[in-house]
Design a protein around this ligand. Structure first.
Ligand SMILES: [Zn+2]
Length: 455
C-alpha cells in the first residue's frame, strides 16, 4: 500500500500550472489543473505556434512535459491521437483552489467520471466564464463544498478554507492523510479586502501541525514593481479623479471583483458613473446573488454603473440583456466629466471614436510588465502617447509580498516548506524553516522527514 505522499506535477519553477497530487494507499486526489503562464510553455510555443488542440488536446503538451503523463486522469476524447492509452479513472477527485485559468484551465481534459470539487462561488465564476468566453471546463460530477467542510476521499480528508486573492472565492486547503497533514495555500495574499480569511486559514493550517506546507511564491525573489494595498489603490484613484475635469479611463483584470468595486466606489464618491464592458456586466450579474451582503452593484440597477457598447455587427445572446441601456462612444464623448470608463488594451481602437481630451488620465490597475521590452506595454504606451493621455500605475497584487510569505511560514511552522507557483523558489531559503525545492514529477513522503535535501 502506497504510504501517503505528495507529487508535484506542475507549478515547479513556473508561475501558474500548479498540479499537486496527494496519495494515500489507493486514494489519489489532485489539486488544481491549469496551464502555466511562464516560462516553460513559452519555450516551445510563441505567437501563432500553438499546440494542435484540434488534432489532439494533449499530444503536443505531453511532448514537452507541459502536461503530466498520469494514467487514469485524462478523458478518452482528450487522449485521442496521443500515445497515452485511456484507462478508467485512477484519480478520485480534483479540487480547484480558484477560478483563474492557470488553476482551472485544463479541467476540460479530465475524465468525465472524476468528481471536481469547488465552492459555490468558484462554480458560479467558472459558469460565468463559460457563458461569455465560450471557454469550456468539461462535463464532470461537480461537487459543491461549503467553506471549512471536510471532504473524505478514501483515506484522504480535505478541508477547504477561504483565502484572500484577486478573484473572489479562492481557497487554500488543509489535507489530512493517515501519516500526516499538508497545507496548500493556492494563490493568496494578506493585504486585500478579505485578509481576515487568509489569517484564519493560516491559523487552521497551524493547528493541523502539517509536515508539509505547499506555498505559492509569485512575488518571491527580485521584483522592483510597485504594489499597493487595495485601500492604497482607492486613495490613488480618488486623487486622480479629484484632479480631473474630463473623462477618466481605467484598465484592470476582468475578474478582479475587488478592483471593480474599488473603481465603482471611487467613481461614485466623485459623482461619476463607472462604465464597464459587456463582459463585466455579465460577470456581475452572474455572481450578484452569491456576493456577501448583497453589496455588488447590478448593471441596469443604478445610474452609478453603466455598460459600454462597442460597435459590433452581431451581439452574442449573453450580451443582449445589456444592450438597450448601454451607452456608446458618442455618449461618453458628451458626458466625459461624469464618467470613469474601463477600457482594456484589446479594445484600445475605441479611443479613435472616444477622443478623450488630451491630458485625460489612464489608470493602469494591473501588474507592471516584468521586462522593459514587453511588447503589449510598448503598444499601450504608443496609443496613450498618440492620444496624449496621462499614464498612472495603481495596482494591488493578488499575491503575497515576501514579508507576508515569511509571516505565513513563521506562523504555520511546517516540517518542510515546498515553494510552488514561483520562478524563484530559492528565495524562500531566507524565510527560515526547512525548505525543499520540489522537483517536477518527484514524490515526497508525507509525515516523515523529507527524502530529498533542500536549500
Ligand atoms: Zn495562479
Amino acid at each position: 500500500m502506497t504510504p501517503p505522499r505528495l507529487t508535484f506535477l506542475g507549478g515547479v519553477r513556473e508561475i501558474g500550472g500548479n498540479k499537486l497530487l496527494i496519495e494515500d494507499g489507493p486514494d489519489r486526489v489532485l489539486f488544481d489543473f491549469g496551464p502555466s503562464f511562464s516560462p516553460r510553455f513559452d519555450e516551445f510555443f510563441v505567437n501563432y505556434l500553438v499546440p494542435r488542440m484540434n488534432v489532439s488536446p494533449v499530444k503536443d503538451l505531453l511532448e514537452f512535459g507541459l502536461l503530466p503523463r498520469v494514467p487514469g486522469l485524462f478523458s478518452r476524447d482528450a487522449l485521442v491521437h496521443s500515445d497515452l492509452p485511456h484507462q478508467p479513472p485512477e484519480v478520485h477527485g480534483v479540487f480547484v483552489s480558484h477560478a483563474h485559468f492557470d488553476h482551472a484551465g485544463y479541467l476540460s481534459l479530465i475524465d468525465p467520471e472524476i468528481p471536481v470539487y469547488v465552492n459555490e462561488g468558484t462554480r458560479a465564476l467558472l459558469q460565468a466564464i463559460e457563458g461569455s468566453r465560450g471557454k469550456k471546463y468539461g462535463e464532470h460530477p461537480w461537487k459543491i463544498v461549503p467553506d471549512r467542510a471536510p471532504v473524505k476521499v478514501g483515506n484522504i480528508e480535505v478541508v477547504p478554507h477561504p483565502v484572500d486573492h484577486s478573484i473572489p472565492w479562492a481557497s487554500g486547503f488543509v489535507v489530512h492523510t493517515r501519516e500526516g497533514s499538508v497545507a496548500y495555500t493556492g494563490d493568496y495574499r494578506a493585504h486585500g479586502p478579505r485578509q481576515k480569511l487568509t489569517h484564519e486559514f493560516v491559523d487552521a493550517a497551524r493547528a493541523a501541525d502539517p509536515s508539509a506546507l505547499v506555498i505559492e511564491g509569485t512575488r518571491a525573489g527580485p521584483d522592483a514593481r510597485k504594489n499597493f494595498t487595495e485601500a492604497g489603490v482607492r486613495e490613488g484613484v480618488d486623487q486622480i479623479l479629484g484632479a480631473t475635469d474630463g473623462l477618466a479611463l481605467v484598465s484592470y483584470y476582468p475578474r478582479d471583483v475587488d478592483r471593480i468595486l474599488t473603481m465603482y466606489e471611487a467613481a461614485r464618491s466623485q459623482g461619476r458613473s463607472f462604465v464597464v464592458s459587456l463582459k463585466t456586466a455579465h460577470l456581475l450579474t452572474q455572481i450578484h446573488d452569491l456576493w456577501p451582503g448583497g453589496k455588488l452593484p447590478l448593471p441596469g440597477g443604478t445610474r452609478d454603473l453603466l455598460v459600454y457598447r462597442r460597435p459590433k455587427l452581431r451581439f452574442d445572446s449573453w450580451e443582449k440583456p445589456f444592450l438597450d441601456a448601454a451607452v456608446d462612444s458618442e455618449y461618453v464623448r458628451a458626458h466625459g466629466r461624469e464618467l470613469l470608463l474601463s477600457l482594456d488594451l484589446v479594445h484600445f481602437a475605441e479611443l479613435i471614436d472616444l477622443r478623450p481630451p488630451r491630458g485625460s488620465p489612464f489608470i493602469h490597475s494591473m501588474s507592471e510588465p516584468f521586462s522593459e521590452d514587453d511588447l503589449d506595454d510598448q503598444v499601450l504606451h504608443n496609443w496613450l502617447d498618440h492620444f496624449g493621455l496621462t499614464f498612472h500605475q495603481l495596482h494591488a497584487s493578488g499575491h503575497c509580498a515576501e514579508n507576508e510569505l515569511r509571516t505565513t511560514i513563521e506562523s504555520i511552522r511546517p516540517s518542510t516548506v515546498f515553494p510552488v507557483h514561483t520562478e524563484h523558489p530559492e528565495a524562500f531559503a531566507k524565510f527560515g524553516g526547512a525548505t525543499t525545492l520540489p522537483e517536477l514529477g518527484e514524490a515526497y513522503p508525507i509525515g516523515t522527514a523529507p527524502r530529498r535535501g533542500g536549500a
